[in-house]
Write a protein that binds this ligand. Structure first.
Ligand SMILES: Nc1ncnc2c1ncn2[C@@H]1O[C@H](COP(=O)(O)OP(=O)(O)OP(=O)(O)O)[C@@H](O)[C@H]1O
Ligand SMILES: [Mg+2]
Length: 510
């Protein structure tokens, strides 16, 4: 039993239901959120977590049931009003304006003005600087958001939430894109907020994190609440069982491959830093990838993992030097079309910016990179498009109310599955995956590992970049480690362990 006699909830959710055009996302939810505690809200992709958070933070105003804040019924007109009352949300999808500076983004809608009524930039930059220092972000606050890595952008989102004097702070997958050091820092900040009596609501698919940071849990499954309690009274397997409603096979029976012909070879591949010609983001990388091989790439944030994939895929042609061979033929890749023609596909890290057209439906997004496959005489066959997207919805187990729903209406994890489908549909020889399971729930993760294994079995060569070492160890035949833009380790699966990989990831340039 939970012992919460002494503490009164600050936020109470009573019998809340929400539908989108008749399709229920939440049904009869009751939940209590306590001050000075971290409540983990967990559930599979599409379970309704973000929708519930959007209801309590004023994003969705139409719903059934009641939400009480300190005993008063809330009916926030918008997120700004919710924030003013102390309910602040850090969204799962980044909500920053790319060409504006960090400071401008931090104070957007809450600008500081001087006596004359003009914007007080000096004051805003000063506050921004203090916040960035508190978050150990060593960046000038005048830097534009689009100059930052995804992880840094996520830290800016967190910084923005800290500007408010929040009573309830909701974090919807705050750690999906940040490094371990940043996570550690975030947890310090959360603990500090807790001691100040803030109620933190924390959503994450990384269950290990929850055992570290959360006090209580609330589980949603298919829009319904299926359990709640204290973290110290439960364990990993119990939580997973509650989330998915069954026991999960948590291990992947990986097949051994990689004695096939060579598919891809890099010789001294370099990527110059466009901002600073003397600096290299990828520095003299050599490797070869064979048919049926899964090559894992790990390294710390900023080690050059994403940049390596982007360099191969032709996203920075002006700055790349060195040689790329595909099936032993030298090849020049100057743009995405060249890359697709050469049999490459890249599932990018940042799905919002590079992977999907958010206001287009699932069907059209799926066929986007392989229109020739669904067209005849230059006309797109809607029937073929439909069949294509259906087959991937089935094989990836994507939760969509209809294939004609806009992707921005899907849950985060299901959007990721649409990105994967889009690139698989090009039927590549070589698949480059950048953080393929970011935001994906425990059950679907295993599905994706199985998929990687099956594709390799069929002869595809796959490069997987991941910051989760257990993931790298689960899927790879061979593993490369990058540190400060250089290759610092190469291991076969049997030689590698988390410790060995971490050690190589920490090797510094002389
Ligand atoms: N604006 C919308 N229009 C239509 N359906 C929506 C909309 N927003 C969410 N949904 C649907 O509501 C359901 C719950 O989505 P929600 O985003 O709350 O899931 P989630 O638990 O946050 O999942 P994830 O872990 O993948 O982020 C999904 O089926 C989703 O497609
Ligand atoms: Mg979500």
């Amino acid at each position: 039993m939970e012992n919460k006699k002494q503490i009164k909830p600050i936020l109470e959710i009573c019998n809340v239901s929400k539908d989108f055009s008749g399709v229920y996302a939440l049904r009869n939810i009751d939940m209590q959120i306590f001050p000075g505690m971290v409540t983990a809200v967990i559930g599979e992709n599409g379970a309704g977590k973000s929708t519930l958070m959007k209801i309590i933070s004023g994003v969705h105003q139409q719903y059934k049931g009641n939400v009480w804040l300190k005993g008063e019924a809330t009916s926030f007109k918008n997120p700004k009003e919710a924030a003013e009352k102390g309910v602040v949300i850090i969204h799962q999808e980044l909500n920053l304006i790319p060409h504006l500076s960090i400071t401008e983004n931090l104070f957007l809608g809450n600008e500081i003005t001087g006596k004359s009524g003009l914007l007080d930039y000096a004051q805003m930059h000063k506050k921004a600087k203090e916040l960035l220092t508190r978050l150990h972000l060593n960046i000038n606050s005048r830097t534009a958001i689009n100059q930052l890595r995804v992880g840094q952008q996520q830290m800016v989102e967190i910084a923005r939430a800290l500007l408010f004097d929040s009573k309830v702070l909701i974090m919807d997958e705050p750690t999906s894109a940040i490094s371990d050091q940043e996570v550690e820092l975030l947890f310090k900040i959360i603990n500090d907020l807790k001691t100040r009596g803030v109620a933190v609501v924390y959503i994450s698919h990384k269950l290990n994190e929850l055992f570290e940071i959360a006090d209580r849990y609330e589980v949603l499954r298919d829009g319904q609440k299926v359990g709640s309690g204290l973290m110290m009274d439960t364990n990993h397997d119990q939580l997973v069982k509650m989330m998915v409603g069954r026991d999960l096979a948590s291990v992947l029976n990986k097949d051994q491959h990689c004695d096939g012909d060579e598919l891809l070879r890099l010789e001294n591949l370099c990527l110059q830093n466009p901002e600073n010609k003397r600096d290299y983001l990828v520095d003299g990388v050599n490797f070869s990838l064979h048919k049926g091989e899964v090559l894992g790439v790990c390294g710390l944030m900023g080690a050059g993992r994403t940049e390596l994939l982007e360099a191969i895929f032709g996203l920075h042609p002006k700055y790349v030097s060195g040689k790329i061979f595909i099936e032993n033929k030298p090849i020049k890749i100057s743009n995405v079309n060249d890359a697709i023609k050469a049999g490459l596909a890249l599932v990018p890290e940042d799905r919002k910016l590079q992977g999907l057209i958010m206001n287009m439906d699932v069907e059209k997004n799926t066929s986007l990179a392989c229109l020739n496959k669904v067209s005849r005489y230059n006309f797109i066959s809607r029937k073929k498009e439909k069949a294509l997207s259906r087959s991937y919805i089935n094989s990836l187990n994507t939760k969509v109310p209809s294939p004609n729903i806009e992707v921005n209406k899907l849950s985060g994890g299901n959007q990721q599955k649409v990105v994967i489908a889009k690139w698989l549909a090009t039927n590549p020889k070589i698949l480059l995956l950048d953080e393929p399971t970011r935001g994906i729930d425990v059950g679907a993760k295993i599905e994706i590992y199985k998929l990687i294994n099956d594709l390799a079995k069929q002869g595809m060569g796959i490069v997987v970049v991941s910051s989760e070492l257990p993931e790298i160890l689960a899927v790879s035949d061979n593993i490369l480690v990058l540190s400060e833009s250089k290759l610092t380790g190469e291991f076969s699966r049997s030689e590698a362990s988390e410790e060995i990989l971490m050690h190589a990831a920490l090797i510094e340039k002389e």
